[in-house]
Write a protein that binds this ligand. Sequence first.
Ligand code: FAD
Length: 462
Amino acid sequence: MAQEPGAATGEEWTPAATPYWWDAAPPEDSRVELPARVDVAIVGSGFAGLSAALEAARAGATTLVLDAGPLGGGASSRSGGMVSYGQKLVLTEALKGLPVARQVAALEDSKATFEFLKDLVSREGLDADLQLCGRFFGAFAPSHLETLRRNAETLHRRIGVTIRVLSRAEQHEEVGSAYFHGGFVVEEYGGLHPAKLNRALRDAARRAGATLASHARVLSTMRAGAGHVLRTERGEVRADQVLFATNGYTDGAAPWLARRVLPVASYQVATEPLPPGLMDRLVPRRRMVTDSRRELTYARPSPDGTRILFGCRPRAIDADPPRLAGRLRARMLRIWPELAGLRITHAWGGFVGMTADRIAHVAEKDGVLHAAGCNGNGVALMTFLGWHAAQLMLGRTNRRAFFADIPFPALPAPARAPGFVALASAAYHLRDFADNPGEVARERLGRAAPASTQQRKKETTP
Ligand SMILES: Cc1cc2nc3c(=O)[nH]c(=O)nc-3n(C[C@H](O)[C@H](O)[C@H](O)COP(=O)(O)OP(=O)(O)OC[C@H]3O[C@@H](n4cnc5c(N)ncnc54)[C@H](O)[C@@H]3O)c2cc1C
C-alpha cells in the first residue's frame, strides 16, 4: 500500500488510537440498572447532556442520562478544548440576513455561553484545567490578513473582546512560526481539558442525584399519555420529559434531529513531551492557535504545557485516525518544523454536528427537546444549551435564549446523501489550494517548512 505523505513507519512510532485526554480522564463504564420511570431522561453524556442533568437533578427532578457507549465517549472528550464565543457566528457570517436586533441577541447569548461556562467551573469547583490564555488566529494566505483584520475589528465592535492585529513580522511574539501571514489575538479566549471537564460534570451530576447509564443506546421514543416511553437496548424507561443531546452522534432514535444535523469528522494528534525550552519558542504565551483555512487547522499546548496537540481535517475521505496521523504531522511540521524529531503518541477523531444555518439549536418536536448543532465549536455553547434545555423542560425560565428561539431548518436533501461530506471537504481543500497553492502543494509532498524566522535569527546571532 502507498505510504501517506508524511507518515512515519511503524518502527518510528505507532500512535495510540485514543485521545490524549483519555490518559488523564477516560470515558466510563456505568452499566447501572435502568429505573422504570423518571421525571427527565437525557440521551447523550457529553457536555450538553451532563449539564442538563446537573440542572434537572438540582431542581429536584429524578434524572437519568443514557449513553449508547461509555459515558463521555463522544465529541466532548475528543475535543480540542478551545473555549471561545461569538467568533464562529461572526466569522462564518451565520447571522447575515437576520434583523439587527436578532443579531445582537445572538451575540449576547453567545457571550452568555462563555460566562456560563466560566461561572459553572468556578461555582462547582470543576477540575477542568480552564486557562484563559487567549487565541491567535493566523492568516493562511497573504490575502487572508486583510479579512482577518476586518473580522478582528468586527469581533471587538460587536462582542467587546480585546484584539491585537499582528503583521507577519510581529506574529513571532505569539507563535514561533513563519507559516502564517500575520493574524490577530483575542485575549479573552482560552482552553481547557475537555475529558476532565466531562468527568467533573459526571461527578457533579451524580452528586446532585442524577443516574448515569452507559451502554444503553436509546432505540426510539414514543408518546405515552403526558410523557414518553424510551425503548433502549437495556429495556424500557418512562419519562415525563426527554432531551436528545446527541449532536454529531445523532442516530435513527431521533429521526427529526438526524435530518437537521450533519456529522463531520475532525482529527487530532498529540506529540510526545517537548524538550525543555521548545514550547517557549513555539507558543511563547501558550495561546490556542487556529488559522483561516476553510479546512481549519487548530493547535494548542496541552494544559500542562508539555505537548503540542494538533487538529484538522487532513483530507476529504475519512479514515482511521492513526492512518491519517502522517498527514496531520506533515501539516504540523509545516508550521513548526522543530517538531520533526518528536514522536506522535496519540491520534484520534470525533464527530461534530453541522447545521444548515451554521447555528446551534434547542428545539422541541412532538414533546421531545433537542440540543444540538455545535458546528465545531461546542465546549461553552453545548454546556450552556444543555443547562438552558433543562430550564425549559422544567419551566424554570420564561426567557428563551436566541438558540431556542429560531426555527431549526432541515438539511437540504443533497447534504444528507452519501458522499456529501467528502465532496464538500474536497471543495474546501480546492479553495484552500486556490488561496495558497504553494503551501498546499508543499504540505502534500510532506516537505519540511522553512525554519521559523525566530530560529533563523538565532542561528545568525553569535
Ligand atoms: C476532534 C474535535 C475537536 C473539537 N475541538 C473543539 C474545540 O477546540 N472547541 C470547541 O468549542 N469545540 C470543539 N469541538 C466540538 C465540541 O467538542 C462539541 O461541540 C461538544 O463536545 C458536543 O457536546 P455534546 O454534549 O453536544 O455531544 P457529544 O459530546 O458528542 O455527546 C453526544 C453523545 O450522544 C450519545 N448518543 C448518540 N445517540 C445516542 C442514542 N441513540 N442513545 C444513547 N446515546 C446516544 C453518543 O454516544 C455521545 O456520547 C471539537 C469536536 C471534535 C470531534
